[in-house]
Ligand binder design. Structure first.
Ligand code: 7PM
Length: 284
C-alpha cells in the first residue's frame, strides 16, 4: 500500500487514513453578507475543520452541482484566492484547490495551495499538469465522464470498473508525460460523477481491485453527503446523510482508501479510527 503522498510543501504520511475537508466558497453557501463577511466565515469554517482534525483543506469556488453552469476563471479566482491566502497564512495545514482550470490552479498555487484537485483528471484543461509539474504540487486525478454541463447526465457505461481503470491509466500517463512525479499523484474514483447508483456502490465495494492495480498511488474517495446516499435512505436531504456518509467512509477505508474527502471531519475521523483498528487486528 502507498505510504506517503508528496506535495510542494510536505509529505503526507498515509500510514493512517487522512481526511480532506471540503471548504466551499461558492456564494450559494453564504448569506449575502458581502465579501468581507464571506471571507471571515470561510476562515472560521477552516478553523473548525482543522480543529476537528482535517489534514487537508479543499477549497472550491466552482459548484459542480448537476445543471450548474461553468464559472469564469476570474470569478473562481476571486473566490478561492483570498480564502487560500488567509488559510495558509493562519494555519499549518495542506491546502488543495478544487478546480479544472489552469488559470485558477496557477493563481491558487501562487496563493499557497500545495495540491490541485482536478475533477476532470486532466481532461478539461491539460495545462493544469504544467502548473502542477512546475511547482511540484500534489495532484488529485478524479474520474469523471462527459463535459462540464453533461457530467451528471451521462448514459451509463457498461463496465464501470474497467472504464475507471482505463481512465486512471490515461490520466496518470498524461500527468507523468507533463513531468509530474509519480509520488505526487493521487487517484479518485469520482463518486457521483456520471455513474449510476449501482455503479457508485460497485466502485466502493470493489475499491480493493482498483487499488491492487494502482498500488503506487494513494486512492481518495469523496462520497460525503452525495445523492446516492440520499436515494438509499429514501430521499434523505444532504444534512440527513451523515450516517450513510460514515458507513461509506468505513467501507472505503476497509477496502484500502487512504484519503477521504468529507464535510463532517470529526465524525469521519472517529468512524475510521474504529474501522482501521479492526482492519489492522485482522493482520495479527
Ligand atoms: C454538487 C455536486 C456540489 C457535486 C458538489 C459536488 C469530489 C471532488 C467534488 C470528489 C474530488 C461534492 C461535489 N466531489 N473532488 N469535488 N472527489 N477529488 O459533493 O468526489 O463535493 S464536488
Amino acid at each position: 500500500m502507498c505510504k506517503r503522498w508528496k506535495t510542494s510543501r510536505r509529505e503526507i504520511d498515509l500510514s493512517r487514513p487522512r481526511v480532506m475537508a471540503i471548504l466551499n466558497v461558492t456564494p450559494d453557501s453564504f448569506s449575502d453578507g458581502g465579501r468581507f463577511a464571506e471571507l471571515d466565515l470561510a476562515i472560521r469554517q477552516a478553523e473548525k475543520l482543522i480543529g476537528d482534525g482535517a489534514d487537508i483543506i479543499d477549497v472550491g469556488g466552482e459548484s459542480t452541482r448537476p445543471r450548474s453552469g461553468p464559472v469564469p476563471a476570474e470569478v473562481e479566482i476571486g473566490r478561492v484566492v483570498p480564502v487560500i491566502k488567509a488559510v495558509v497564512g493562519r494555519f499549518d495545514v495542506a491546502v488543495s484547490v478544487d478546480t479544472s482550470k489552469s488559470e485558477v490552479a496557477k493563481a491558487a498555487v501562487a496563493a499557497g495551495a500545495e495540491i490541485v484537485n482536478d475533477i476532470s483528471g486532466l481532461r478539461f484543461d491539460e495545462k493544469i499538469a504544467t502548473v502542477v509539474a512546475k511547482h511540484g504540487c500534489g495532484l488529485v486525478l478524479m474520474h469523471s465522464r462527459g463535459e462540464f454541463e453533461s457530467m451528471h447526465s451521462q448514459p451509463p457505461v457498461d463496465n464501470i470498473m474497467s472504464e475507471v481503470a482505463a481512465d486512471f491509466r490515461r490520466s496518470a500517463a498524461a500527468a507523468v508525460t507533463a513531468g509530474i512525479k509519480r509520488e505526487r499523484i493521487a487517484l479518485d474514483v469520482g463518486i457521483g460523477f456520471g455513474k449510476t447508483l449501482e455503479q457508485n456502490l460497485e466502485l466502493i465495494a470493489n475499491l480493493d481491485k482498483l487499488i491492487a492495480e494502482f498500488r503506487e498511488f494513494p486512492i481518495l474517495v469523496g462520497a460525503s453527503r452525495k445523492s446516492f446516499i440520499g436515494r438509499l435512505l429514501g430521499g434523505a436531504a444532504p444534512d440527513e446523510r451523515l450516517s450513510g456518509s460514515l458507513a461509506t467512509a468505513v467501507v472505503a477505508v476497509w477496502n484500502g482508501a487512504r484519503i477521504l474527502r468529507v464535510h463532517d471531519v470529526k465524525e469521519t475521523i472517529e468512524a475510521i479510527a474504529v474501522a482501521e483498528s479492526i482492519r489492522l487486528a485482522a493482520r495479527r
